[in-house]
Design a protein around this ligand. Structure first.
Ligand SMILES: [Ca+2]
Ligand SMILES: [Ca+2]
Length: 355
């Protein structure tokens, strides 16, 4: 469905039974967005109703203009698992061969030591996925995800087989690189399927953390989980949010921050000017890492952003701060308010082992 709207919105979608559909915020009036949902239909004529209220679900929040609905048949064989042939990957130090019998697609890729195959894989959400590498040969390779070496990254036992790793993918496009460690391995393809249960996520509400200085818990945002979020982080390190999180074992973890950011510079003649806010994230008092949070168009529209961090076994303290960054010459003068001294509004933090 295409729509435009001035606030985040849920609409109710009625086919066999009513369900709510979240409509993400469009950028501005006349900038059309879309949201997708799945319905099961028999052959023939159907009536689909979009409603602003429903006897069971209540009344929608927000406001939208609906333009049209596109109905398309979903091909289950294509959507899960997603298949990425090695011969179509970005290859360094090797080339595809098209003479292997019985492989998937037209070929496979011998991977000598140091050669690599890079796959750009999609994930609809921030979460666990099962990454299966189908291969020939018995060499070994190392697998990295978005530049992070995966814990279970050795592959290649047996002449023809599959090595499986469960990894945390970010919503959107992820970079997976398979690099040859010892010669003989011939990747055929990657299969990516959403999965659950192996990488256990722990969720912490920002409002259960400790805000300091001017940072505070607010219930002003109806789409925040738990109805509350933390605002006012930034404009100096004294205004911070601290959240204690638990790690079952030491190592790399995905910290997924649910946030909103609708800050804009005062508009010029015609351009809206969204501003990316930043937060400096420190783990256990260590050096801060700067994280950029793109606009979500409205402070009541929340999105997720995942940052990899190293946690020790047990309790770890995450601290979020922000302050305005100086110009390249050290001058902090910022005539057009094109930098924000504030971190985004933080709703919740989720912690998951990376692999
Ligand atoms: Ca192949
Ligand atoms: Ca919350």
């Amino acid at each position: 469905m295409n729509c435009w709207l001035v606030a985040p919105l849920q609409v109710y979608w009625m086919t066999a039974g009513p369900s709510a559909v979240d409509v993400p915020l469009g950028y501005k009036w006349v900038v059309w967005g879309h949201t997708d949902t799945t319905v099961k239909l028999t052959a023939g004529r159907h009536r689909i109703t979009l409603a602003a209220q429903d006897a069971d679900l209540g009344v929608t929040k927000g406001d939208a203009i609906i333009d049209k609905i596109d109905l398309s048949l979903r091909d289950e064989n294509v959507t899960s698992p997603a298949i990425y042939e090695a011969e179509y990957a970005t290859l360094t130090g090797t080339r595809p061969h098209y003479t292997y019998p019985g492989v998937s697609g037209p070929g496979a890729v011998p991977l000598p030591k140091g050669a690599s195959a890079t796959f750009w894989v999609h994930s609809p959400t921030d979460g666990e996925a099962t990454v299966s590498l189908d291969h020939l040969g018995d060499g070994r390779a190392q697998v990295s995800l978005n530049g992070e070496e995966l814990d279970v990254a050795r592959t290649g036992a047996g002449k023809k087989g599959t090595d499986v790793v469960r990894a945390f993918l970010s919503g959107g496009i992820n970079k997976i690189t398979v690099t040859g460690v010892s010669p003989g391995l011939v990747p055929d393809r990657l299969r990516i399927a959403p999965s659950s249960g192996t990488l256990v996520t722990k969720v912490y509400q920002a409002e259960d953390g400790t805000p300091s200085g001017a940072a505070k818990v607010t219930d002003a945002y109806t789409f925040a989980n738990g109805g509350k979020a933390v605002t006012g982080i930034g404009d100096g390190k004294a205004n911070a949010l601290t959240v204690d999180v638990f790690a079952k074992r030491s190592g790399r973890h995905a910290v997924t921050i649910r946030y909103s950011n609708a800050e804009q510079a005062p508009a010029t003649h015609y351009n809206p000017d969204p501003i990316t806010r930043h937060a400096d994230l420190s783990v256990n008092g260590g050096p801060a890492r700067r994280v950029l949070f793109p606009t979500t168009f409205h402070f009541n529209a929340f999105r997720e952003l995942t940052v990899p961090v190293t946690l020790k076994k047990g309790t770890n303290r995450l601290t979020f701060t922000a302050e305005e960054l100086p110009d390249f010459n050290g001058d902090t003068y910022n005539q057009y308010d094109q930098r924000s001294p504030y971190a985004p509004v933080i709703d919740q933090i989720a912690v998951t082992p990376l692999s």
